[in-house]
Design a protein around this ligand. Structure first.
Ligand code: URA
Length: 189
């Protein structure tokens, strides 16, 4: 981890997330998933919600989508360990449905924004509709938002497609690759 992030505060938040009962999602979860990562690039990746495998283990992006993300980042000279990675909600929604606005609001105020305060990222990559709604507060279609840097609430944020969509649809994958070319350029020292 880099020197200027508040890792004690991040650990404290992770402990809180693991026992959180603030929204109904806690009723169906096995493990909450606080997030993790190396943060070499001072960049935070925010996904949608933990899936089945993440819920079983309590770690982000370790199922099929995570394996895809690992492979996807290689041509950019990037690795997931370069990033702190978390999701817009920390508990798996039943049947992997999309997180509801109230669940995202509760999780953002209690956990995601405090994590961002502790990390002080220079770039937040919003992967999918849920983090875009949660952190940018818009429902604009992805094809209008992706790949464009936005300044919001004192943060630099870049919306892009969720890796699951890039994994399933070759056309989305090509768009996501262009977005990640932009991200790589933005993160260049
Ligand atoms: N999708 C997410 O958004 N987060 C995970 O942890 C896994 C899949």
């Amino acid at each position: 981890m880099s020197a200027d992030l508040d890792s004690a505060r991040l650990d404290e938040l992770a402990e809180g997330i693991r026992i959180c009962e603030r929204c109904p999602l806690h009723l169906g979860r096995r493990h909450a998933v606080p997030g993790e990562g190396g943060f070499r690039l001072h960049c935070l990746l925010v996904g949608e919600a933990p899936g089945q495998r993440e819920d079983e283990v309590g770690r982000p992006f370790i199922g099929r989508t995570g394996a895809f993300l690992d492979r996807f980042l290689v041509p950019f000279g990037l690795s997931r360990d370069d990033f702190f990675i978390t999701s817009s909600v920390k508990c798996r929604p039943p049947g992997n449905r999309a997180p509801k606005p109230l669940e995202m609001d509760i999780c953002r105020e209690a956990w995601l924004l405090p994590q961002i305060q502790a990390l002080k990222p220079r770039l937040v990559v919003l992967m999918g509709n849920a983090p875009i709604r949660s952190l940018l507060g818009v429902r604009t279609p992805m094809n209008e938002l992706h790949g464009k840097l936005r300044q919001h609430s004192g943060l630099s944020m870049l919306p892009t497609y969720h890796p699951t969509a890039a994994m399933r649809f070759p056309a989305v994958r090509r768009l996501a690759e262009a977005d990640w070319e932009t991200i790589r350029t933005l993160l260049r020292p």
